[in-house]
Write a protein that binds this ligand. Structure first.
Ligand code: BGC
Length: 738
């Protein structure tokens, strides 16, 4: 009988039985051995590493992707160690393996479960071919600070969107059957609150009250656990004084006791020994004690467990049952992956990397991951038949490595098709193109190429500027305090604008940027997270109207850095700003000695709104929402109701739109956000078509952690909004009754 046709409960019992009988055969040292992960890499196994595996002192390796070496490592573990337990083989497969999908922040712009799932499936297949059976993805940290370099790896600012897309990524990686040779184990990271690093400085301290932790940062993790994610990784951060890697509240009380997670928890890279650096523990032995008792099952690249756990058990300080539980969590995942049955990898049994299916998924993902921020005078799409010449300008027009973005250990830049190459091959021969890089890199201040760029713009019918951030400006330990377009790019835009030609900006980035200083200088902006291998063809499809943009922002774009954090799902405050209470510095006589403001929560120099709100994204079609309605205007706890609106495609082209449902809970035992995303749907409409978009919402969807930090829906009044962004005003109201 195949595993998939079996009842999951009986499989769990069977796996648990196998775990128990294996543990019964193992020595304490072998159990602790399972709790260590070592870095291999470089296609070379040192003698001391081979000896450690043979001696049963290693449960997992990371960073080796040469399949022959991986098979050799497995042979050492399976055939040459006493208990013969196969290894977990970990690798950061964050947004693709050889075929690179858009960065997760870009994929989040698609608001499309299916494309995120499909991209992860391609990544799993390609990685599995190298013998990798475990990836450290998805990163589902809610990220509300665009200065943080790792926002690139996130699904943005909203817990619901991150929950939905995180779960889709887990499904793609793990598949329906994790024991399939095409599946790998996923890892939800970084548990928890890593995205709240002070001032967006990677690794910096976080202070997150329990209520906010539960209502915001933990929600995507709960969704991932409910969705069957196999593993979790702790965060590097200090949370309210107790670093995540020693945080018993998170790792035991919440994760194990409340959520019943039975998978494995791995530390982040050396984060156990870092407990000393944080100033939590005196030495590595104390760090091993804190992490193990808090509930970290495996140590990633560090030796605190290997050196001290056995002694701690012998001294009676660590209960042997705790070691059994940790080793058991690790073995459980190995059984679920089918590693005991199939420890070796036959690459020929899996499809080759970069095949047609992988590339078409990557192209579709990139098309759907582009947000049309503005499009004045219908500057886009460009009509190739009415153009004679086109200037292609900027440091990211032809940057095969940079379009892949951060975290692409195995991504192959030689597979990238750049926008320059794609546009040249997709345009008819009748259109002449002139390419000027203008800046050697995105962060360069060398303006020597600007005259040539301006000349190219002057002699062309239209200009496309390829701007943004090169890959190394985002990702781990790559935070920025200034999130304008880097280098001399703002000046480049101003200079090119002097040519007076229709000007389109294509921005490829690792984070939300502040675009106030360029937004009025260009006619249209197409905004993408680094789009991956097939970024070029996708961008060409969008520029020339083969496809219409359908992406939506997964994070607000601030006007200026001082507004951060700015996110749609904020609290109302006691003095909420409204358009008529906002007096801006620019509107006040500069010589006035009194500033009489509206006394509400805004900045004198920035107002209270972002430049572009969460959920925003235009289309080449024109979508109109009207007639919001409810099936009834009351429901009791335990019931559901349907909220719907008409969506009209008031244009002559077929296109897709992401319709969004937001709810506001008007009062509660703790104050509630002004809006919360509760549903979204991608809808494709024919020209002129009108369709009713329906969302079903149950009282469970309205539940939140209240003053007692328990999850419950509270009776009261609610507003519901449907529209094409978080700023929609199309509203109705309902009541929740006890
Ligand atoms: C990162 C993790 C990553 C790990 C292994 C750490 O520095 O924080 O996200 O999975 O390295 O590469």
């Amino acid at each position: 009988m195949s595993q998939t046709s079996r009842d999951p409960a009986s499989l769990t019992v069977e796996v648990d039985d196998r775990v128990a009988s294996l543990l019964a055969e193992m020595t304490l040292a072998e159990k602790i051995g399972q709790m260590s992960q070592i870095n291999i890499g470089d296609s070379y196994i040192h003698d001391y590493q081979a000896d450690a595996i043979r001696a049963g002192r290693v449960g997992s390796v990371l960073n080796e992707v040469d399949v022959r070496v991986v098979n050799r490592l497995q042979r050492l573990a399976v055939e040459e160690s006493r208990v013969g337990i196969p290894l977990l083989v970990g690798r950061d497969v964050i947004h693709g393996f050889q075929t690179v999908m858009p960065i997760p922040f870009g994929q989040a712009m698609s608001w499309n479960h299916d494309i995120v799932r499909a991209g992860a499936r391609v990544a799993a297949r390609e990685a599995a071919r190298s013998g990798v059976n475990w990836t450290f993805a998805p990163m589902i940290d809610v990220a509300r600070d665009p200065r943080w370099g790792r926002i690139a790896e996130s699904f943005g600012e909203d817990p619901y969107l991150a929950s939905e897309l995180g779960r889709a990524m887990v499904e793609g990686l793990q598949g329906d059957d994790m024991a399939s040779p095409e599946s790998i184990a996923a890892c939800a990271k970084h548990f928890a609150g890593y995205g709240a690093a002070e001032s967006g400085r990677d690794y910096a301290t976080t202070n997150i009250p329990e209520n906010e932790m539960r209502n915001v940062y933990l929600r995507p993790f709960k969704a991932a656990v409910d969705g069957g994610v196999s593993t979790l990784m702790t965060s590097f951060s200090d949370i309210d004084g107790v670093p995540a890697t020693a945080n018993e509240f998170l790792l035991r009380e919440v994760l194990r006791d409340e959520w019943n997670f039975d998978g494995l928890v791995v530390s982040d890279w050396d984060s156990i020994r870092q407990l000393c650096v944080h100033g939590l523990t005196e030495n590595d032995e104390a760090a091993a004690f804190e992490a193990a008792t808090a509930g970290v099952d495996m140590e990633m690249h560090g030796d605190a467990y290997a050196r001290f756990l056995e002694g701690l058990v012998e001294q009676g300080r660590v209960n042997p049952a705790l070691i059994d539980a940790a080793a058991g969590n690790i073995l459980r995942i190995k059984f679920r992956l089918g590693l005991f049955e199939n420890p070796y990898t036959d690459p020929e049994a899996l499809p080759p990397p970069g095949n047609a299916d992988a590339l078409s998924t990557a192209r579709e993902a990139a098309v759907e991951s582009a947000v049309l921020l503005k499009n004045e005078h219908r500057a886009l799409p460009l009509d190739a038949s009415s153009l004679e010449s086109l200037a292609l300008i900027g440091p990211l027009a032809d940057a095969p490595r940079d379009q892949l973005g951060t975290w692409v250990f195995d991504g192959d830049p030689s597979m990238s098709i750049t926008p320059l190459a794609a546009i040249r091959s997709q345009l008819p021969g009748s259109v002449a193109t002139e390419y000027v890089r203008a800046l050697p890199t995105s962060r360069s201040r060398d303006v020597a190429g600007f005259d040539e760029a301006v000349a190219a713009a002057r002699s062309s019918d239209a200009v496309i500027l390829f701007l943004g951030e090169e890959a190394i400006l985002s990702g781990e330990a790559h935070s920025r305090a200034d999130i304008d377009l880097p280098g001399a790019q703002v000046e480049l835009v101003r200079r090119v604008r002097e040519a007076g030609k229709p000007t389109i900006a294509v921005i490829m980035t690792g984070r939300p940027l502040t675009l106030s200083n360029v937004v009025d200088q260009v006619d249209a902006i197409l905004f993408l997270g680094h789009p991956g291998t097939m970024g070029g063809p996708a961008i060409a499809d969008l520029l020339f109207g083969v496809a219409s943009p359908s992406g939506k922002l997964p994070a607000s774009l601030p006007r200026m850095v001082g507004q951060i954090p700015i996110y749609y799902c904020q609290k109302n405050t006691g003095k909420p700003p409204t358009p008529d209470t906002v007096v801006l510095l620019d509107d006040i006589d500069p010589n006035a000695d009194q500033l009489s403001t509206g006394m509400t929560a805004y900045h004198l120099d920035a107002g209270y709104e972002p430049l572009f709100p969460f959920g925003h994204g235009l289309s080449y079609a024109l979508f109109i929402y009207e007639n919001i309605g409810l099936c009834r205007d009351e429901m009791h706890i335990g019931e559901t109701l349907t909220i719907s609106a008409d969506l009209i495609n008031a244009s002559d082209r077929k296109a897709a739109e992401v319709a969004q449902l937001y709810v506001r809970d008007l009062y509660g035992s703790v104050t509630r956000p002004v809006r919360e995303l509760k549903g979204f749907k991608r809808v494709e409409l024919e020209p002129g078509e009108r369709r009713r978009v329906e969302f079903e919402i149950g009282s469970d969807d309205l539940a939140f952690y209240g003053r007692d930090n328990r999850l419950a829906a509270e009776p009261g009044e609610f507003h519901a909004y449907i529209g094409g962004s978080s700023a929609t005003e199309l509203m109705t109201a309902f009541r929740l009754l006890a």
